[in-house]
Design a protein around this ligand. Structure first.
Ligand code: ADP
Ligand code: GLC
Length: 490
């Protein structure tokens, strides 16, 4: 089976969040089946060409693409996904991808990803490679299913190609003014209220992906249910209800080669469930290196996150002083909205010996926090899957989470699950509930044997891609079979 995996970020090349982890690990997991996978990404200028030995492809250069009135040219470059035999293809168009960041608020943000998607299809034509499945991820690749079924449907290369659209976060929909339609080379008659591209009179990339794909997946079973409701669906609940028979929630897996306390090269002391001494040493080392008060008995809460509304930090802001009074320490790593940065930096100045905040992206520190903290906090307002709670569970760092999306599917609260518990969770998006959950965690932290029992539970859990990868493969197979059956009828 041939799979074309299209994403706007992928580890190790370019990353802002969990999509990159998924794009860099699901294809590797899928390789155990009889599949050939090609990954497609934009060649952002932040990607280090030399480091990954990214080479131009000779006969795919200066390819013209007309987007409405504007003309662009792209070239195709390639390298292997490190430590694998998987081909990664990069769409090179410096006009659009040579920017300071992966995502921008620039006026041509729509064109950047319209060009990318057209270039992916045109490259497949150049390569004469007919995928059985094009797996699209989030809004940045959600027009591809529409193109395959409309403007490129003349090409027999795609006559047996099914499209799968994965929603990693439904709040990011790719919403632009209506004239984006023309830049995407659709016509005015394609745009009508309630139509595949329209959402509140705006052009919506993700709606098209949901409309035109054979299958829609999202990244946890609970989120698959949530997004069919007005509270979570943010306007797309209607079309998701209509397509619910073709919507599946598949929990993300984690790359256990990268996130494994026994082999992790980014933490000072490796450890495992059999020998937890290293975990304690990681905590002491982390406190020391960050100039925090070194006292093993104070519970240390870790946070590694985008600073975004989604992540629920309002709740933490409301109770922060109370938590300091209850003698907690915090190590916080994050990047994003200024209002959160300001808040966290202020409290760091105020409580220097108990709070450390790093504003920015820092992979090494992310690993050290995951290994060195006692508890890991994710009070998300919504969380499609969430990877950090799985990383921390496997590192013996007990998660405290809001019971939503993938957090609800992976963290089992101590009160509710007792013997089977692996962490702490709270239901309502409410600061008192969060406070009580953290205090429950503290109480258990004082009971060393119970705490260790929960640590071992989480460390023993299998979050690798195994089962989820099988589920994706099944989705691909079903779609291929369905298309072949349709073909046979014709
Ligand atoms: P989301 O994709 O919504 O940001 P996930 O939990 O799925 O949330 O994935 C976040 C990923 O990004 C994790 O691998 C996490 O460790 C990483 N990450 C987030 N913020 C930072 C940061 N400031 N520095 C380093 N890694 C980060
Ligand atoms: C999104 C979600 C996150 C999920 C990630 C990977 O960024 O916010 O919950 O884990 O995608 O699917």
């Amino acid at each position: 089976m041939k799979i074309c995996f299209v994403a706007s970020e992928c580890v190790p090349f370019a990353k802002t969040g969990g999509l990159a982890d998924v794009a860099g690990s699901l294809p590797i997991a899928l390789s155990k089946y009889d599949v050939e996978i090609k990954i497609f990404l934009p060649l952002y200028s932040v990607i280090n060409r030399d480091k990954y030995d990214i080479k131009e492809i000779d006969n795919i250069k200066n390819v013209p693409v007309k987007l409405g009135e504007n003309e662009y040219e792209f070239g195709l470059c390639t390298c292997k996904l490190p430590r694998t035999d998987i081909d990664v293809y990069f769409v090179d168009c410096p006009n659009l991808f040579s920017r300071e960041k992966i995502y921008t608020n620039d006026e041509d943000e729509d064109e950047r990803f319209i060009l990318f998607q057209n270039a992916v299809i045109i490259s497949l034509q150049y390569l004469q490679w007919a995928p059985d499945v094009i797996h699209c991820n989030d809004w940045q690749s959600a027009l591809i299913p529409a193109y395959i079924k409309t403007s490129y449907s003349w090409d027999n290369l795609f006559s047996k190609t099914a499209c799968v659209q994965t929603i990693h976060n439904i709040v990011y929909q790719g919403l632009f003014e209506a004239d984006t339609l023309l830049k995407a080379n659709f016509t005015k008659k394609d745009f009508y209220v309630g139509g595949p591209f329209e959402m509140n009179k705006l052009f919506c990339f993700l709606k098209a992906g949901i409309f035109y794909s054979e299958k829609i997946t999202t990244v946890s079973p609970t989120y698959a249910e949530e997004i069919k409701t007005p509270e979570f669906g943010t306007g797309l609940e209607g079309i998701l209800q209509i397509r619910s028979e073709n919507l599946t929630g598949i929990l993300n897996g984690i790359d256990t080669n990268i996130w494994n306390p026994l082999t992790d090269k980014l933490i000072p002391y490796n450890y495992s469930a059999e020998n937890l001494e290293g975990k304690k040493l990681n905590k002491l080392e982390l406190l020391k290196s960050l100039n925090l008060k070194v006292d093993e008995s104070i519970p240390l809460i870790g946070i590694v996150s985008r600073f975004a509304w989604q992540k629920g930090f309002e709740l933490l802001q409301e109770i922060f002083e109370k938590l300091i009074a209850e003698n907690f320490q915090f190590v916080i790593l994050g990047e994003g909205e200024e209002k959160y940065v300001e808040f966290f930096e202020e409290i760091m100045l105020k409580y220097r010996s108990n709070v450390f905040v790093y504003n920015g992206y820092n992979n090494e520190l992310a690993h050290k926090i995951t290994a060195g903290s006692d508890m890991f906090l994710m009070p998300s307002k919504y969380e499609p899957c969430g990877l950090n709670q799985m990383y921390s569970l496997n590192y013996g760092t007990l998660p405290i989470v809001r019971k939503t999306g993938g957090l609800a599917d992976t963290v089992r609260d101590f009160l509710e699950y007792e013997e089977n518990a692996n962490g702490f969770s709270f239901d309502e998006f409410d600061s008192l509930e969060l406070f009580l959950a953290i205090m429950r965690a503290k109480k258990l932290f004082m009971n060393k044997s119970e705490w260790k029992r929960l640590m071992l539970k989480g460390m023993g859990e299998d979050f690798s891609w195994g089962k989820s990868c099988e589920n994706y493969f099944q989705v691909y197979q079903e779609e291929c079979r369905a298309l072949n059956a349709k073909d046979a009828k014709l």
